[in-house]
Write a protein that binds this ligand. Structure first.
Ligand SMILES: Cc1cc2nc3c(=O)[nH]c(=O)nc-3n(C[C@H](O)[C@H](O)[C@H](O)COP(=O)(O)O)c2cc1C
Length: 468
């Protein structure tokens, strides 16, 4: 064999090490430790002392922090938007909480913040290139995609969302997003026009249907001058809260189950400023969404206008009218379980005014009502994509159980949770609820309890049923 220069030998050894490490599913550093430990045992020499302290030598050398063995691991993908600067704070806050972070930056992200800042905060180099032989042999995109508990994309650009929705894999970020088997949390951030664009809406609906969870975007002033609307990335602490909710529940009783929940009232327009509504607060539906998320489910909450806070770790779609709600529900399918807790208006105004209706002195305007679509019945009667458990609520002011039994048969759902919403009960807007669970097996009378307790009892009941 021709003699090798020191440089050639060095290159060959490095390559061999990387290949060996990749084959054994370890980092190069771990591989070196194992080889040296073997050498120490064979020779009796303390070969481990010969290892340089990490991060000395080449700039590419990584100092992977040794997270606690029970530390949660987040893979943060940073997209190319102005909000990328907030991802630096996000890393810092994850680390403060003992979460191990690895970061991938898209090419566009590197136009906004540098890999050096990200690497310094993370404690190892940011991954940037799908075809970088060094990181591909060392960690590899498939290991990056799998060796974490959660993938967080922040900021999630319109472009990244489009690539994800269509299964592209032409750079490291999109390839990892396609290869991961972990939950994905998106924090979208973009100009309000981009967020409102039909293409982005289609992509978002597809991603939600694919089981991706979102946090934000929020409404407010944009970084661009004179731009305001919905599109600001959620604040780092909001993203942390959503991520923690997903991380905490990865092994819950409903892990892997896709749960769709509606909540709150609907608003049916009379004209652009007036509407027909009801007294539903959304407390019960939102409590169920929180309980389902706490049990590890992938939750999509479709909410009418409410004043209760958004539950953490769930994807929330905000709608106004019954027709919007049905559209959102259909777009969010498939789901394993659907719980329809929203108080959907039965009727809407047939001839809602395009402009504010004025007093003309000619008497009150004539208004006729038409029936709204029946969301519960529509979904319960689906031939394909019917969730395996469809649960409706019946808000009754009289003959509660009798009416609920009739509703169960009429709507074709599996369970009806009937509650007395007569003014004396204080259920609408209140904190206490008394449920009668009506199914084909009979009626269960639950005790009066808080809406949170109702939610957790319902989730336990669902878990037991799915277990059967
Ligand atoms: C100054 C500037 C700011 C941008 N901000 C955003 C943004 O906030 N959200 C977004 O979706 N795209 C934004 N873009 C466009 C993206 O950078 C562009 O679509 C890029 O291809 C995204 O690449 P990536 O998805 O691979 O990160 C911005 C572009 C420029 C020049």
């Amino acid at each position: 064999m021709a003699s090798l220069t020191v440089r050639q030998l060095d290159d060959k050894l490095k390559r061999l090490l990387r290949l060996r490490a990749a084959r054994n599913g370890r980092s190069v550093e771990e591989e070196i430790r194992i080889i040296l430990r073997g050498a120490a045992e064979e020779t009796g020499l303390e070969a481990l002392d010969m290892i340089e302290p990490p991060n000395q030598g080449s700039a590419k050398q990584t100092t992977r922090p040794e997270p606690r063995s029970d530390a949660k691991r987040v893979l943060l993908i940073i997209g190319g938007g102005i909000a990328a600067y907030k991802s630096l704070d996000l890393i810092r806050r994850f680390k403060e909480r003992g979460v191990a972070v690895r970061a991938i930056m898209t090419k566009a992200a590197r136009e906004f913040i540098t890999p050096l800042s990200v690497g310094a905060l993370v404690g190892e180099s940011a991954f940037t290139d799908l075809f970088d032989p060094e990181s591909e042999f060392d960690v590899g995109h498939i290991r990056l995609a799998r060796e974490c508990d959660l993938v967080v994309v922040a900021p999630a650009t319109a472009d990244l969302m489009a690539k994800m929705a269509n299964g592209h894999a032409d750079d490291l970020a999109s390839a990892v997003l396609l290869a991961t088997d972990k939950k994905i949390l998106l924090a979208p951030a973009m100009n309000p026009r981009m967020w409102e664009n039909h293409a982005t809406k289609r992509n978002l609906a597809q991603l939600i249907a694919d089981g991706v969870t979102t946090v934000g975007p929020n409404a407010g002033e944009m970084a661009e001058r004179n731009e305001a609307g919905t599109g600001r990335m959620a604040e780092p602490l909001e993203i942390i809260a959503a991520a923690e909710a997903l991380l905490a529940n990865a092994n819950g009783a409903l892990a892997g189950q896709r749960v769709l929940i509606t909540s709150g009232p609907t608003h049916e327009p009379i004209d652009p400023v007036r509407y027909i509504a009801n007294r539903s607060s959304g407390k019960q539906g939102h409590a169920i969404a929180a309980a389902a998320a706490a049990a590890g489910a992938d939750v999509t909450l479709i909410s009418g206008p409410v004043n209760v806070p958004d539950p953490k770790g769930v994807t929330i779609i905000k709608v106004e009218s019954a027709r919007d709600m049905l559209d959102a529900v259909e777009s969010a399918l498939p789901a394993d379980i659907a719980i329809f807790a929203a108080a959907v208006a039965d009727w809407r105004v047939a001839n809602a005014g395009e402009q504010k209706i004025k007093k003309t002195g000619a008497g009150a305007p004539q208004m006729s009502l038409v029936e709204n679509p029946d969301i519960l019945s529509t979904i319960a009667h689906l031939k394909s994509k019917r969730p395996k458990l469809v649960i409706g609520f019946a808000a009754e002011t009289e003959k509660v159980v009798e009416n609920a039994k009739a509703k169960l048969a009429r709507k074709g759902c599996d369970w009806i949770l009937a509650n007395d919403v007569s003014p004396a009960s204080g259920v609408m807007g209140g904190d206490i609820n008394t449920i009668h669970l009506v199914s084909k097996d009979g009626v269960e009378d639950w005790p009066p309890q808080s809406k949170d307790e109702v939610a957790s009892m319902l989730i336990k009941r669902i878990t037991a049923t799915i277990g059967e």
